[in-house]
Design a protein around this ligand. Structure first.
Ligand SMILES: [Zn+2]
Length: 301
């Protein structure tokens, strides 16, 4: 494999996440990996390393998941070790968005960049930050959780948080995710998915248009913050909503940066679509495992 080539996916297996505890989830991941290997006629002894992408917070060095609010019973789980034992190969764990950022940096839209931000706008909003050639991890490996960047405040804190300042799943309010995530757009509109909200806005339905405009303004504020604070050369924007609705995601981010970010960093940044599509998490897992197994992963550890 050439180092900057996009890895070839030779087999895949997908299944639903069990809802009855950590052991069931780990067993399902292991069974899925084994089935994918079997379908591609890959022997366990041929596998040098495996990558596992998970929601955080987690410790990518020890391979422990600290807590994932959306997965039942997933709390302080030694996920990498459990999978390593079952698959008989070294398993490297990392946060899904960090792995996606690594993939876009190594073989995608941020290839060659030393200062870039990966943003995903999908069911949720998340990201990864690379600055000075290093992944920004912070002291608890939660740096880059840009979905919880507050982009709005309550004008009157004596009142209950109103619809204008929606509560976020993290417990705070005003987070960019609480305005712009697909799940939140659908929830606020009362739809089953964000595509319904965009379709309604397309027809000129005023409530849908209002929610989408609010999401755009949240993303615009996020973009200005990222440019002013981190001074990246590239902001890569991925995720299903960014891919399907670039005029409502990338365009408002670009406009806001051009209009009101500091002039010097605004002139130096490109806001571009992600290039690796829906497989970015899987490609990132493979690339991170490859880089860590070969001792080249220092820049993102
Ligand atoms: Zn939040």
């Amino acid at each position: 494999m050439v180092d900057d080539a996009i890895p070839t996916i030779i087999s895949r297996d997908e299944r639903r996440t069990p809802r009855d505890g950590a052991d069931a989830i780990i067993s399902a991941i292991v069974a899925s990996a084994r089935d994918a290997m079997r379908a591609a006629s890959v022997q366990a002894s041929d596998v040098v390393a495996a990558g596992c992408s998970s929601p955080g917070p987690l410790d990518h060095i020890s391979g422990r998941v600290i807590e994932t609010p959306n997965l039942v019973g997933f709390r302080d789980i030694p996920l990498a070790d459990s999978m390593s034992d079952a698959l008989r190969t070294q398993v490297y764990l990392d946060r899904d968005t960090c792995m996606a950022a690594i993939a876009e940096g190594l073989v995608g839209a941020a290839r060659g960049a030393k200062d870039y931000v990966y943003v995903t706008v999908s069911t949720g909003v998340g990201g990864g930050i690379v600055t000075g050639g290093r992944m920004l991890r912070g002291v608890t490996n939660t740096a880059g959780e840009i979905g919880h960047w507050p982009v709005a405040f309550q004008p009157d804190p004596s009142r209950a948080a109103s619809d204008d300042i929606p509560r976020c799943g993290c417990g705070s309010f005003g987070c960019v995710e609480s305005f712009a995530a697909g799940a939140k757009l659908a929830e606020h509109y009362g739809a089953t998915g964000a595509s319904e909200v965009y379709a309604a806005a397309e027809r000129g339905e005023p409530r849908a248009s209002g929610l989408i405009e609010r999401a755009e303004r949240a993303l615009a504020n996020l973009a200005v913050g990222l440019v002013n604070v981190l001074n990246p050369s590239v902001i890569v924007v991925g995720g299903a909503i960014a891919a399907h609705q670039p005029a409502h995601v990338l365009e408002p981010m670009r406009r806001a940066v051009a209009e009101r970010a500091f002039a010097a960093p605004a002139a130096a940044v490109r806001i571009v679509p992600a290039t690796l599509g829906g497989d970015v998490g899987m490609l990132g897992a493979v690339l991170e495992a490859r880089e860590r197994a070969s001792g080249r992963g220092d820049w993102f550890l």
